[in-house]
Design a protein around this ligand. Structure first.
Ligand SMILES: [Mn+2]
Length: 402
């Protein structure tokens, strides 16, 4: 007899309700919807959601309503959903909207464990036929990492799935976040993971470790890197595991990187470059980089750029200016502890004037001393102001003009 083939979907990091921009929040949801539709069309055996179904522990009613409708579709198609909480839908009280979904009969939360006397955390399985599904939730700030190295499974099964919402060392890269050595996890056939928004898959002996990527990118960088949402389609006969990452292309993403050096002329330069491109119906990601030698980022008229992109019928526009640097002026002044403040000030002024020659510089020492004038005791504010202004006018040779 042929062994029965099981097919399931592994989703993670849906972040339903995420994105501030309405059109992207809708696109995020549409991507999730498309995945549910695909799962039903292919009549898969079950669905795993490895954390962060919702973007927050208390999602808005509108998002809940729409999400419940999607879960009802799976329920009507008799496709069970097994899930765990992630760092976003986790709540310290232990109560989340995942409980509401579960009570409605739309999913099964597979987090189930007891702490043994020796401090080990014994995970308990949920069964789908003969497949054992274990799960441990993600927590805020990777607090689950230490717990996970103490976990063990209740028993051995022909096919074991372990769901976790945590970052393993293989994918952490240079990110300053907690990560786990995957060898410290109890042995399973399929590790259904979430948390890091990357697509990753590796096999060690008979075990597969998979991050399917978010069901839709969640920020500028992810849109630029991943472009689309995705999920993992997994097939097993109990011995071999075949997996496939399925991407959901909804809107095309165009990342435009422009180097600018002058904040004052940047607006025209950027518009001129955008004008050469077809932006129709695209998600336009504008990344600015460079060292500004003139003007500042505040001089770039982003509303004008946005209007222009709208006229080109783009779907939406996001910008990132975090790579722009402003040329720093550095002074290197050598001083000893015996130098008085006045002497150091004069040295700094001298250096500054050398680097930024201007006629005005000759006023600087006097201005500094005058602006440090203090109000005399009992002196009325109006009298003090008058005194200060007269002195300043004298210094700036403005007395006759005003
Ligand atoms: Mn996430």
């Amino acid at each position: 007899m042929q062994p029965k083939t099981i097919k399931f979907a592994h989703l993670a990091d849906c972040h339903l309700g995420g994105w501030r921009q309405e059109e992207l929040r809708k696109l995020n949801f549409a991507s999730f919807q498309k995945i549910i539709e695909t799962i039903i069309q292919q009549n898969l055996d079950f669905v795993l959601i490895a954390g962060d179904l919702f973007d927050s522990a208390y999602p808005p009613i509108e998002i809940l309503k729409e999400s419940f409708a999607e879960f009802k579709k799976l329920h009507d198609a008799k496709i069970p959903v097994y899930l765990i909480a992630g760092s976003h839908d986790f709540s310290a009280s232990g109560k989340t909207f995942l409980d509401v979904l579960e009570k409605a009969g739309f999913c099964k939360n597979v987090e189930n464990w007891e702490i043994q006397e020796d401090g080990k955390i014994k995970l308990k399985p949920t069964f789908h036929d003969s497949i054992a599904i274990y799960g441990y939730p993600g927590k805020k700030s990777g607090m689950e990492v230490e717990d996970l190295s103490k976990t063990c499974l209740e028993s051995l099964h022909p096919f074991t799935i372990l769901m976790i919402h945590t970052t393993i060392q293989d994918v952490v890269g240079t990110l300053p976040i907690e990560s786990l050595d995957k060898q410290k996890l109890p042995l399973a056939n399929y590790y259904a993971m979430g948390h890091i928004h990357k697509r990753f898959e590796t096999q060690v002996a008979n075990s597969k470790y998979v991050y399917p990527g978010p069901t839709y990118p969640n920020n500028f960088q992810e849109l630029s890197d991943l472009r689309h949402g995705s999920f993992q389609l997994v097939e097993t006969d109990g011995a071999n595991i075949k997996t496939q990452n399925i991407q959901i292309p909804l809107k095309e993403v165009t990342t435009i990187t422009i180097e600018i050096i002058n904040g004052l002329t940047a607006t025209q330069d950027i518009i001129a470059q955008l004008d050469k491109l077809n932006l129709r119906d695209k998600i336009v990601l504008l990344k600015l980089k460079g060292i500004l030698t003139q003007g500042k980022t505040g001089d770039i008229r982003f509303n004008e750029i946005e209007d222009f992109i709208k006229k080109k019928k783009a779907f939406t526009f996001l910008r990132n200016i975090s790579s722009i640097k402003i040329q720093a002026t550095e002074f290197q002044i050598e001083s000893t502890s015996e130098d008085n403040i006045e002497k150091i000030e004069n040295q700094i002024l001298g250096e500054y004037s050398k680097q930024n020659p201007a006629d005005f510089n000759k006023y600087l020492p006097q201005l500094m001393s005058t602006l440090s004038l203090e109000k005399n005791e009992d002196e009325k504010s109006a009298v003090y102001e008058e005194r200060l202004l007269t002195e300043l006018k004298d210094i700036l040779e403005l007395s006759e003009v005003i």
